[in-house]
Design a protein around this ligand. Structure first.
Ligand SMILES: *[C@@H]1O[C@H](CO)[C@@H](O)[C@H](O)[C@H]1NC(C)=O
Ligand SMILES: *[C@@H]1O[C@H](CO)[C@@H](O)[C@H](O)[C@H]1NC(C)=O
Ligand SMILES: *[C@@H]1O[C@H](CO)[C@@H](O)[C@H](O)[C@H]1NC(C)=O
Ligand SMILES: *[C@@H]1O[C@H](CO)[C@@H](O)[C@H](O)[C@H]1NC(C)=O
Ligand SMILES: *[C@@H]1O[C@H](CO)[C@@H](O)[C@H](O)[C@H]1NC(C)=O
Length: 315
């Protein structure tokens, strides 16, 4: 499982669970000279405190790859005793509990991969675990395919991130505060393809950030998925007018205005009726009388025109 080459630069251990799929622990026989450890396809379930130390002694591991191990829980200080660790790959696990101190004690950590690994119930915990306090030297953070709806980092200025990968999540928009701090962190680059952007005028800040800064490295691949009439449109192909809330709201505003005007006209009409009620009464009486006269004339003519015999019967 382990190999090393001289001089002792690449000391690689590869433990594959395809041989022992039921192994539920980190192997206990990892040599202390290992610098690159790959554990794959096991059923590890929980990473307890100091999971990779052997008898409590520090290990020289630099790169730790743990994909596809069905890891569900990361306990506090799970990576304790790995002072040289600079890369952790926890992709393709099923994390449902991540301690806020999961990544504590890792001063050298530069890259953290958590692709397709964080279950929805753990996204709130994720943002605590990713606090700048424990990860201030982190340069690359990959969080693809986790159904995230927002950037799970607060205070971006506290990080020294160069690359933040958020592709294939559920981000519809990025809040104004995050955009503001992105403008301030010029060296930070973001990947955002395969997110369902909601291209209403609320996207304005983000849209201008996309156009103005070159920080989004896959800007040309961002696609609108809402509203219906903009589905499939690339975000950077939207026009500035599309981002204008005034035009967008104009239609609604004009409908409301029309209704108000109609209501006012109605009220005025009713008032006129009310104020002229006497005149109207008189007018109605006049009409009624005119009608009656007319009817009498008509009745008279009818009697004259009909069959005299029938007229006699009627009499
Ligand atoms: C993995 O481990 C859990 C307990 O930790 C157990 O319930 C489950 O059956 C195991 N799965 C496999 C495929 O061995
Ligand atoms: C760990 O310590 C136990 C005794 O506490 C000892 O038997 C064992 O050999 C030690 N293992 C290693 C790898 O040093
Ligand atoms: C996910 O993480 C791996 C590291 O295991 C990285 O190489 C890969 O580019 C990432 N995938 C995506 C889609 O970003
Ligand atoms: C996106 O992420 C989901 C998991 O959330 C994964 O199943 C799917 O393969 C990913 N799609 C791409 C194109 O990477
Ligand atoms: C940059 O953003 C501002 C609004 O914040 C906007 O007025 C300006 O047109 C933008 N510049 C470009 C090149 O898009």
């Amino acid at each position: 499982d382990c190999s090393f080459s001289f001089p002792l630069i690449v000391n690689e251990c590869f433990f594959s669970g395809e041989i022992f799929p039921s192994d539920t622990d980190v192997p206990g026989d990892i040599p202390t000279w290992t610098t690159k450890l790959i554990l794959k396809g096991r059923n590890i379930s929980t990473l307890p405190q100091g999971a990779f130390t052997v008898n409590g002694t520090d290990m020289g591991i630099v790169s730790l790859r743990l994909p596809h191990n069905r890891i569900r829980v990361i306990e506090p200080y799970a990576f304790l005793g790995l002072p040289r660790l600079s890369l952790i790959d926890l992709s393709h696990n099923q994390l449902e509990s991540i301690s806020a101190r999961a990544f504590h004690g890792l001063p050298e950590l530069r890259s953290l991969f958590l692709n397709v690994s964080v279950l929805p119930c753990a996204t709130a915990q994720l943002s605590h675990a990713l606090s700048a306090q424990s990860l201030h030297n982190l340069q690359r953070l990959e969080l693809a395919g986790n159904g995230l709806t927002s950037v799970p980092l607060e205070r971006l200025d506290k990080y020294s991130l160069s690359y933040l990968v958020l592709v294939n999540n559920s981000i519809e928009n990025i809040e104004r505060e995050t955009i503001t701090s992105l403008y301030e962190q010029r060296r930070m680059h973001v990947y955002l393809a395969l997110n369902p952007f909601r291209c209403t005028c609320d996207l304005k800040e983000f849209y201008y950030w996309l156009k103005n800064s070159s920080q989004c490295l896959d800007a040309g691949r961002l696609i609108c998925s809402e509203p219906e009439d903009r589905r499939g449109t690339p975000v950077d192909k939207l026009r500035a007018e599309d981002m204008d809330c005034v035009t967008e709201n104009l239609e609604t505003v004009s409908y409301v205005f029309l209704c108000i005007v109609l209501a006012l006209i109605g009220v005025v009409f009713l008032m006129v009726l009310y104020l002229n009620r006497k005149g109207i009464k008189r007018w109605l009486n006049n009409i009624r009388e005119a009608c009656r006269d007319q009817m009498e004339v008509y009745h008279y003519r009818y009697e004259q025109d009909t069959d005299p015999r029938l007229a006699n019967v009627a009499v």
